[in-house]
Design a protein around this ligand. Structure first.
Ligand SMILES: *[C@@H]1O[C@H](CO)[C@@H](O)[C@H](O)[C@H]1NC(C)=O
Length: 209
């Protein structure tokens, strides 16, 4: 548990909730501010962000490389805001395959990742206001991010695996390209292969509800 997350998260949640009500503010700018919050507040509490002295080789892990790929910056920022995911990617003893939707996929979402149409239906416009609303937004955001983290690496073709959110996914190779199932989601590239797993870049998001 990183103590700084406890301080950061409430602020981030408030941003989310404000964002949910301030419809005019584009998702990308909200996510960008979340990303900045994360960067300014936790770099030194995360050992992987502290440069190793020359000559000391430490195993590179997912949390070291996630932030380096600009095309997945929005999703990477979210992984740092969710304790369970940040801790997992920072744990050298637990492998994962991160299925990171690229920035275009994140900006193209038809609703924000913390919004659930069923909750708007049952609770109305105030679904994400107040303490209960914040909790709901947090839970939904966590489910979204966890649905993109496969708890297995290496991951073999056709092997059905669970994500941290509990949904089952697998992949096939079609015309030389990896495609995540269900949903036929194209894997654009494998950004990194490191000690505790791999980071894949997806053209779209995993169906997360
Ligand atoms: C974790 O990933 C590393 C690097 O690919 C691999 O050598 C190791 O066998 C994996 N461990 C498990 C338990 O899958």
């Amino acid at each position: 548990m990183k103590p700084s997350l406890l301080l950061v998260y409430p602020t981030a949640t408030i941003c989310l909730v404000l964002a949910a009500s301030a419809q005019s503010r584009p998702l990308s700018s909200i996510l960008k501010s979340l990303h900045i919050l994360g960067n300014s507040q936790f770099p030194l509490t995360n050992p992987s962000n502290i440069a190793m002295p020359p000559g000391v080789s430490s195993g590179v892990i997912i949390s070291d490389v996630m932030g380096k790929t600009q095309t997945i910056a929005i999703f990477s920022g979210l992984t740092r805001d969710i304790d369970s995911v940040a801790d997992r990617l920072d744990d050298a003893s637990k492998n994962a395959t991160v299925l990171a939707p690229d920035n275009a996929a994140m900006k193209g979402l038809s609703r924000k990742p913390w919004e659930d149409p069923k909750e708007y239906e049952s609770l109305g416009e105030s679904a994400y206001q107040g303490q209960a609303g914040e909790d709901r937004a947090h839970r939904n955001m966590r489910r979204f991010v966890e649905a993109h983290i496969v708890a297995t690496s290496p991951w073999r073709e056709h092997e059905k695996v669970e994500t941290l959110a509990g949904n089952t996914v697998w992949y096939e190779t079609k015309g030389g390209e990896k495609v995540i199932q269900p949903g036929n989601i194209q894997v654009l590239s494998v950004a990194d292969k490191v000690g505790n797993g791999e980071v894949w870049i997806l053209k779209d998001v995993i169906n997360y509800q």
